[in-house]
Design a protein around this ligand. Structure first.
Ligand SMILES: *[C@@H]1O[C@H](CO)[C@@H](O)[C@H](O)[C@H]1NC(C)=O
Ligand SMILES: *[C@@H]1O[C@H](CO)[C@@H](O)[C@H](O)[C@H]1NC(C)=O
Ligand SMILES: *[C@@H]1O[C@H](CO)[C@@H](O)[C@H](O)[C@H]1NC(C)=O
Ligand SMILES: *[C@@H]1O[C@H](CO)[C@@H](O)[C@H](O)[C@H]1NC(C)=O
Ligand SMILES: *[C@@H]1O[C@H](CO)[C@@H](O)[C@H](O)[C@H]1NC(C)=O
Ligand SMILES: *[C@@H]1O[C@H](CO)[C@@H](O)[C@H](O)[C@H]1NC(C)=O
Ligand SMILES: *[C@@H]1O[C@H](CO)[C@@H](O)[C@H](O)[C@H]1NC(C)=O
Ligand SMILES: *[C@@H]1O[C@H](CO)[C@@H](O)[C@H](O)[C@H]1NC(C)=O
Length: 700
């Protein structure tokens, strides 16, 4: 670069030396570093070679002239050719700016009499149409409309001769031969614009275009002027610019001038200095407004997108969480029995309180409706650990495969974190205990009761014999007997007693049965079909006598139903134990038979209890009851043992009176004093020995 500048310098010097001997005819400046210029006013040459005519100062002018005059010998034809690159940079992009600049051919470089503003530093208020004293030519690039001078629009290009009223003017544009149309130029964009002024003695042509565009084929202005009438012998060429109330930074980047067309040197666009861009616009100016995107807008859009993503993510997470389930690989084989949480959630209206039909020791029961109006009951059990879950689900599914007209069909299950849901068919008439113990419901007649007893006996017989190993119910009681739409008894909730909540301390595991229905040997020997028979015996007495097996509110002699029925029998008034609400509508022999069967089933000696098959036959009176008396060993005799064991555990806790409650194993530290440690540990062993749970052979 430095080398080239040197070349230019040497060339210019050589040229000046040449010109000094004869008249100067041409020059070219690609930047004004080495230029021989006369400047005044605001004009200055900035480092880098940029010629600044005006800056942001108001009501000022700036001039720059080539320092030597040109001889326009008026007696011969005069011509000149020039092109220059200018940039009119407004203080802010798109702001109004003033006042413009002009290429001037003037007899004097002293324009101190001229005014700024619309006079562009060339004229003053006394120069008017008639005045010819100025004797100069100006090609103006005016950026402010002056109605006084009949100017066409805000920004325009005009030819002024002697006075500021243009002889010809046009809006800045160029003719594109490629597009075959005129393209408007915003001369206040701050972009460099190249201007061509050609005069051949007859026509004065003016063209302008952005620097990257070649000289247009058609000039913007073409005017026949006889400049010999105006020009004196020696004329100076240069630029004038002015500011008013509006200002702009007006620059000349490069300039080439020649008296003859042939000797005119082209400008080297690549060597031109760069004009500063309008303030707040350090990046290259966008070609049109559509590309102008403010950083604030981008920020807002990004923020919005992030917000939308967060909301979508949140919704997804919420939905995912709302219907999340736990599904393990071992569950594959139970696929058909698995319900989706979403379907259950929808069926129960989001487990709403209005759909809650009961609260048991294990969890809430909700009524639900699946598509196709299928009514279901959903039992919601809370559990935390995976421990034992596999086995439990396996049992649930096995039980679901058991089919008997007196079983509540178990349809399937669903697992979530900390939750297990069991789905069974919905029984519209609720559980039997509501009819036996609640006065608002009609008390069932004897024929209804005996029918329900037969139903349950048949269901239990099926559980004990229909599968191998036998399925134990473990929690037979009136509240687990459901009534279908035709008031048939249906045994429900089987296997529930086995479900224990691992959340609870292992030594205080819940639910092995319900007080009053638990055979005395349950604690020591574990569950078997015989313990189910015992519970069924208690259930027989419960249904016949219309009261729960244990009612602490009653007088001492009546508290334990088993004991009391036996005592009634001993006093030869067995029928006196019956439910008083039965009135006369019963067969006394049948009631007596059922009571005796209840005592037989609750025999303290497991071996003396009948099997469920026998019970079914006794109930249908296909088989006469064996000969027993209230004094037969085991009949009521062991009761106090059973009651002692359970009372030791239960009565210390205050929660027992409502027999709905499941029996909880005591916290060792509070109850070990009463219950022998050995007894408890044996019981625990039984509880957590899953192998022993189904087989009675080893136990009895
Ligand atoms: C404009 O230029 C003049 C002369 O060089 C200087 O005195 C003045 O401070 C400048 N004004 C601005 C706003 O740059
Ligand atoms: C102007 O031109 C005429 C004729 O062409 C010539 O006689 C005269 O010397 C010229 N004047 C100057 C100053 O060159
Ligand atoms: C310019 O002309 C004015 C008179 O119009 C004069 O006072 C001034 O000194 C001149 N300036 C120069 C630089 O010749
Ligand atoms: C033009 O200027 C002259 C003085 O230079 C003045 O006498 C004349 O009235 C002006 N004409 C108009 C139309 O302004
Ligand atoms: C206006 O300019 C002319 C030269 O063109 C000059 O003679 C005259 O004195 C100027 N008038 C004022 C008021 O400056
Ligand atoms: C372009 O502008 C010139 C001068 O302003 C005019 O003569 C010409 O008709 C225009 N051409 C088109 C295609 O508009
Ligand atoms: C001016 O433009 C016209 C076409 O519009 C052209 O014929 C003429 O030669 C041009 N004159 C100069 C000096 O370029
Ligand atoms: C221009 O004006 C001069 C002097 O008034 C005259 O001699 C010449 O013939 C004119 N040229 C044209 C082309 O009209």
């Amino acid at each position: 670069m430095a080398f080239r500048l040197d070349l230019v310098l040497i060339f210019s010097c050589f040229h000046l030396i040449c010109v000094s001997c004869q008249q100067e005819t041409r020059f070219v400046y690609n930047g004004f570093d080495q230029a021989d210029l006369f400047i005044d006013g605001l004009a200055k040459i900035l480092p880098g070679g940029l010629l600044q005519l005006t800056n942001d100062t108001k009501l000022q002018t700036g001039h720059a002239f080539f320092n030597k005059p040109f001889d326009f010998n008026t007696s011969s034809s005069i011509s000149f050719y020039t092109r220059f690159v200018c940039a009119l940079v407004p203080p802010k992009l798109g702001a109004e700016a003033g006042h413009g600049m002009a290429f001037v051919v003037s007899p004097s470089m002293n324009l101190s009499h001229a005014y700024p503003t619309q006079y562009l530093g060339i004229f003053n208020s006394s120069t008017n149409v008639t005045s010819s004293s100025s004797q100069l030519l100006a090609i103006e690039l005016d950026t402010v409309e002056t109605t006084e001078f009949k100017e066409p629009d805000e920004a325009h290009v005009g030819i002024d001769v002697n006075n500021p009223i243009s002889v010809d003017s046009a809006l800045p544009s160029y003719f594109s031969s490629a597009l075959r149309k005129n393209i408007t130029i915003n001369i206040l964009s701050g972009e460099p614009i190249q201007v061509w002024v050609d005069y051949d003695g007859l026509l004065l042509n003016v063209s302008l275009a952005p620097i990257e565009i070649e000289k247009p084929n058609q000039p913007l202005l073409s005017r026949a002027i006889n400049l010999s009438e105006i020009f004196q012998e020696n004329m100076f060429v240069g630029f004038s610019a002015a500011t008013g109330k509006l200002t702009s930074n007006q620059y000349i980047l490069g300039w080439s001038f020649s008296r003859s067309k042939e000797l005119l040197q082209p400008l080297d666009i690549s060597k031109l200095p760069k004009a500063p861009l309008p303030e707040d616009e350090q990046a290259p100016l966008p070609r049109d407004g559509h590309d102008k995107v403010s950083p604030l807008l981008i920020g807002l859009v990004v923020l919005l997108v992030i917000l939308v993503l967060v909301v979508i993510g949140g919704l997804y997470w919420y939905r995912k969480n709302k219907y999340a389930e736990v599904r393990d690989s071992w569950e594959k084989e139970y696929g058909p029995h698995r319900f989706s949480y979403k379907s259950l959630y929808k069926a129960t209206n989001g487990f709403s309180k209005d759909f809650c039909v009961g609260k048991g020791g294990f969890g809430e029961v909700y009524k639900g409706t699946l598509p196709l109006s299928r009514h279901i009951a959903v039992k919601r059990l809370s559990h935390d650990a995976e421990q034992g879950m596999k086995q439990f689900v396996a049992e649930v599914v096995t039980m679901g495969s058991l089919q008997h007209r007196n079983l509540v069909p178990l349809l399937g299950y669903c697992r979530r974190k900390g939750e297990l849901l069991l789905v069974s068919e919905y029984m519209p008439n609720g559980s039997l205990d509501q009819y036996l113990f609640q006065n608002q419901n009609p008390s069932p007649s004897w024929s209804q009761r005996i029918s329900i007893l037969k139903d349950i006996a048949s269901a239990l017989h099926y559980l004990h014999t229909g599968a191998s190993p036998p399925v134990l119910h473990r929690d037979i009681k009136a509240s687990n007997v459901m009534l279908d739409s035709e008031y048939n008894g249906r045994l429900g909730d089987f296997g529930m007693a086995k479900f224990h909540d691992p959340k609870a301390n292992l030594s205080a595991t819940a639910a092995v049965g319900t007080i009053g229905y638990m055979a005395p040997e349950l604690i020591t020997m574990g569950a078997s079909t015989k313990t189910d028979v015992y519970a069924f015996g208690a259930f027989l007495l419960e249904v016949t006598c219309g009261r729960r097996p244990v009612e602490p509110e009653l007088p001492v002699e009546k508290q334990y139903l088993l004991k009391w029925v036996c005592e009634c029998w001993q006093q030869a008034s067995l029928l006196g134990a019956r439910d008083r609400r039965l009135r006369g509508e019963f067969l006394p022999e049948e009631v007596e038979m059922v009571l005796k069967l209840g005592l037989l089933c609750t025999n303290a000696v497991p071996e003396s209890r009948p099997s469920m098959g026998q019970v079914v036959q006794y109930l249908s009176q296909d088989l006469p009851l064996p000969d027993i008396s209230p004094y037969t060993p085991g009949i009521g005799a062991f009761m106090h043992v059973s009651m002692e064991a359970s009372s030791a555990i239960c009565f210390e806790k205050t929660w027992i009176p409502k027999q709905q409650q499941q029996l909880l194993l005591p916290q060792p530290e509070t109850n070990l004093k009463r219950v022998k440690f050995q007894l408890i540990s044996q019981w625990l062993l039984e509880l957590f020995d899953p192998e022993g749970d189904h087989s009675e052979q080893g136990r009895i």
